[in-house]
Design a protein around this ligand. Structure first.
Ligand code: AMP
Length: 277
């Protein structure tokens, strides 16, 4: 496994690599969720490249950035075990050198949900993903369904800007109690960890209501809010039942819907989602 820290070295490492080249872009502190992406890439691609970069421009809150979990040596170990060919670990100076002044401005699909609660987040995500794509030039890229809006935003960018990269969604990996794996879970203390599965419980409740024929989206949102409000350590950022294509909030669930939530458990903000229909 080649470990590269500069764009030039990463390009060199991938020169003449067997296609398709599959990329898994991460912020490190790797867990089984990340590894499902790596394994899918390994199954489908001649070459697998992973990146580890905690992108400062997608964090609005600088204390959130500073507290983001990191563990580069462990990360390299697991990537080696998974048979990754190339790892790209750029520095901030490599990604945002002095004078850096070009940004990707995503459109409508970036506006609701995370767009409202984390202004500028997707601008930072798109800009760094485009730069990583330009560096690694993958044929396919693997993203987690856990960050459903992120996939939609990146897919739109890939289409609009003719990037020639397939954006592949990989189902969410969960703990046995339903909690979606996330690097941020490491920040939960014992009581918070006990509380955190409420996100998945609320999503399952939405699924169950829809299965029983409930079509009123507001009734579903209210039931989810009530479910989460029962937990004293949980505070809701948003509860959404939206059109799975446009992310516009639905009145009636008469089209495939993305049910998504963002909830802070103590000071740790978690997101999760399920698809209906
Ligand atoms: P991150 O390191 O959090 O930026 O995540 C890197 C990639 O892993 C993103 O495409 C995430 O959507 C994906 N990912 C994170 N958690 C999970 C999970 N529990 N299941 C599947 N994919 C995930």
């Amino acid at each position: 496994m080649q470990v590269c820290t500069t764009i030039a070295d990463a390009r060199k490492a991938l020169e003449g690599a067997e296609h398709p080249i599959g990329a898994v872009l991460t912020m490190g502190a790797l867990h089984e969720g990340h590894l499902t992406l790596v394994r899918k890439a390994r199954e489908e691609c001649g070459t697998v490249v992973a990146s580890i970069y905690v992108n400062p421009t997608q964090f609005g809150d600088q204390s959130d950035l500073a507290a983001y979990p990191r563990g580069i040596q462990e990360d390299l170990c697991v990537l080696r075990e998974e048979g990754v060919d190339v790892v790209f670990i750029p520095t901030d100076a490599e990604m945002y050198p002095p004078g850096f002044d070009t940004w990707v401005e995503p459109g409508k699909v970036a506006e609701p949900l995370e767009g409202v609660h984390r202004p500028g987040h997707f601008k930072g995500v798109c800009t760094v993903v485009l730069k990583l794509f330009n560096t690694l030039r993958p044929d396919k890229s693997y993203f987690g369904q856990k960050d459903a809006q992120q996939i939609m935003v990146i897919r739109q960018m890939a289409e609009d800007l003719a990037l020639g990269v397939d954006v592949i969604a990989v189902p969410t990996t969960r703990e046995r109690d339903g909690l979606a794996l996330s690097s941020r879970n490491a920040k939960l203390d014992f009581a918070e960890r006990q509380t955190a599965p409420v996100l998945y419980r609320a999503l399952c409740l939405a699924q169950e209501l829809a299965l029983r024929g409930q079509r009123d989206a507001e009734i579903v949102r209210t039931a989810m809010r009530e479910c989460i409000s029962g937990e004293s350590l949980a505070s809701i950022d948003y509860v959404s039942v939206a059109d799975a294509k446009t992310l516009e909030e639905l009145t009636t669930i008469d089209t495939p819907a993305l049910v998504s939530i963002a909830v802070s458990i103590g000071t740790t903000r978690l997101i999760d989602n399920v698809l209906l229909g």
